[in-house]
Design a protein around this ligand. Structure first.
Ligand SMILES: O=C(O)C[C@H](Nc1ncnc2c1ncn2[C@@H]1O[C@H](COP(=O)(O)O)[C@@H](O)[C@H]1O)C(=O)O
Length: 459
């Protein structure tokens, strides 16, 4: 057999590529290198604009040309970095050389030694990751989560009054409405989205062991912590003053834990919708031309929700691992984070793919109201709770002498099918006021939903 042409190993770069393209722009190796170039260039601009070490501010045209190295970063720069790294065997050093080449092309060799000045690679890396992860979350992942929440909210409102038999432990239980059940998921997801929104993207910029030692030797009079804070915050990040060589990655652990938490809520949603589909509560609208089963022509399978379930598990496995391991770096630094952080896009990518499938799946289901109604009508025994609770209230108010209403209803309903007539006959024979009896006789499984519909308004 002849070898295939080079193939992507991850399905995220293969069959699912389209769904995760937006993340690749930030969390690929090229996205990281573009951000590294941006940070190196901005540091140069900062140093020269503050006339550090006798340098002069660059002209506007020079600043623009330097910034263009990041803004127009593309295939030629990707290829050149690969060549440089093949020699340096150090990815950040390769970026420094690329910037120096641009300085040379601009006739700015006089400031070449300010490239990567007093910086350790992690000074560049941590700021680059904070920039790229923040862009990936705020421009790609969160908007996708919010559009799924938007769809859930729309369906919660559409189905707010549609009574449905609940199933605690999988067994018939006090009815709810489909809208309220979807609203629960929208509410949970919105909370986590708000937490993700509040993520602090921290950056450090303090040299090889976080002490500004090289900086102080170069200029003992400069207020280096202040300069560091000013530079980090100028990039739109929050400043971390106290670190070893590396930014401690606590913000990353917090973020990935939150995304993983969102994944698990989405997983709960996917498996619940799958179950409602299997109960027939939701009908799936078949896609024209699509095949359900390769052998059973009648089938429409809930593949969107199953795909989401699997991708959410993969995403959380990666993100949990990142959150657990990134917070440890031996002594002043080990390089494990360099390797693991290359997989942030993998973790977020599987989650984004799952969101895409959930969104598409939600667009392909419709509530079967007749089936919901029939199911409720076949389970009148769920009113047992209503009857015993009203009796307790009546006994307490001195309007009934019934002893142990719970046992009474248990006797009537536990493990048994009770129909409308059976319950009506039972209620008629109870020691209850006429008003209480009337309230119970008017109750049906359809109407025994409390304020479920109104709860949707809390969304
Ligand atoms: O500023 C420095 O470089 C200081 C240096 N620490 C390092 N900090 C950051 N990157 C470093 C470091 N060391 C190596 N490398 C380069 O990291 C790359 C690791 O490759 P991979 O495992 O694929 O992620 C790969 O390109 C490595 O060459 C130290 O000695 O403390």
């Amino acid at each position: 057999m002849t070898a295939l042409p080079p193939q992507p190993l991850s399905p995220l770069d293969g069959r699912y590529r389209q769904a995760v393209l937006g993340l690749g722009d930030h969390l690929s190796e090229a996205g990281l290198n573009r951000a590294r170039v941006q940070v190196e260039v901005e540091w140069l601009i900062y140093l020269t604009s503050h006339r550090m070490f006798g340098s002069s501010p660059l002209t506007e045209a020079q600043v623009e040309s330097l910034r263009a190295l990041a803004a127009d970063f593309g295939q030629p720069e990707i290829d050149r970095l690969a060549e440089l790294e093949a020699t340096t065997k150090h990815d950040v050093k390769a970026v420094e050389y690329l910037v120096r080449e641009r300085l040379h092309a601009l006739g700015l060799d006089s400031i070449a030694e300010l490239t990567h000045f007093a910086a350790t690679s992690e000074d560049i890396n941590n700021l680059s990751y904070a920039l790229t992860v923040s862009a990936a979350i705020n421009e790609v992942w969160l908007p996708k989560l919010r559009s799924v929440i938007g769809e859930l909210r729309a369906q919660a409102i559409e189905y707010r009054d549609d009574a449905m038999l609940a199933r605690t432990h999988g067994q018939p239980a006090t009815p709810t409405t489909m809208g309220k059940e979807l609203a629960v998921f929208a509410y949970r997801l919105e909370r986590v989205a708000a937490q993700v929104d509040r993520t602090e993207y921290l950056g450090k910029f303090s040299g090889a062991t976080g002490t500004f030692a090289a900086h102080v030797v170069a200029d003992p009079d400069a207020d280096w912590p202040r300069i560091s804070r000013e530079f980090v915050t100028s990039l739109g990040l929050e400043w971390n003053p106290l670190t070893t060589q590396i930014e401690s990655h606590d913000w990353q652990a917090e973020l990935y834990n939150r995304v993983s938490h969102a994944n698990r809520i989405l997983h709960n949603l996917a498996t619940d919708i799958w179950t409602y589909i299997s109960l027939g509560y939701f009908r799936q609208t078949p896609e024209p031309g699509a095949t359900g089963s390769s052998t059973m022509p009648h089938k429409v399978n809930p593949i969107r929700f199953e795909n989401a379930e699997a991708n959410l598990e993969l995403s959380s496995a990666v993100l949990d691992s990142l959150a657990a391991t990134l917070v440890t770096s031996r002594l002043q630094r080990d390089l494990t984070d360099s390797t693991t952080q290359r997989n942030i896009g993998v973790g977020l990518g599987h989650s984004l793919l799952a969101l895409d499938n959930i969104q598409r799946g939600l667009g392909q289901i419709a509530l079967d109201r007749d089936l919901l109604a029939a199911d409720l009508d076949a389970n009148w025994e769920v009113l047992g709770e209503a009857i015993q609770t009203l009796i307790r209230a009546e006994v307490t108010a001195g309007r009934s002498q019934i002893t142990d209403p719970y046992a009474l209803l248990k006797e009537l309903t536990r493990g048994k099918r009770v129909d409308r007539d059976g319950l009506a006959e039972f209620v008629a024979g109870l020691d209850l006021s006429q008003a209480a009896k009337q309230r119970l006789l008017e109750l049906t499984p359809q109407t025994y939903t409390g304020v479920a519909s109104a709860l949707v308004d809390y969304l």
